[in-house]
Design a protein around this ligand. Sequence first.
Ligand SMILES: [Zn+2]
Length: 220
Amino acid sequence: MKEINKELAQQIVDFGQKMFRAGLVTGTGGNISLRIPGENAFLISPSGMPYEEITADDIVMLDMEGNQIGGKRRPSVEKNMHRMILKARPEFNAVIHTHSTYATAYASLRKPLPVFLDIMACVFGGPVKCAEYARIGSEELAVNAEKAMRGTNVAFLANHGCIGAGRNLEEAYGNVELLEICCKSYFAACCAGVPVLLEEEDIRLTREEVARKYGQKGED
Ligand SMILES: [Zn+2]
């Protein structure tokens, strides 16, 4: 078994506590993974352990074929979902899966969330798709989740929850947190009336402009 980088493992511990305290998961639900720079491997949270109890020593290391190469615990049952996304999407280094209330409620509808807020065009680049239903921990769920994430950074998991990825854990966390807020707003909007959706052209232009101008880098 390989030695696990404590600093990277601690990041998973910290984000696990953060998402637990924020109410994005309860009990031992959800899971987190982080690619190990320069190695064909990643770290993942352990299976069925309360977030308040997990320490860096409980984090598990897997290679890209799914073999456990570090850590003494059993990895999250959703290890294949994380592995497939990290394998297919080299631009992402972190993946977070949660059961947050509104996103999970929406996931039971098994339909995409349309772009009804411009922040969705900025951050997700378009509508959020729902991965086809497959049972918890199955290889099929991993395949379906990776497919639903194509072209974007978040997806719903039918009748289960949601998943998000990012260049680092901050970004992956921000994406699943934003998806929860968008779902909450969508339910509120639907209660108040019929939300007007953004035009395709505006979604495309917003996405392009954000890629060019947003943040502290790039042109003014
Ligand atoms: Zn789950």
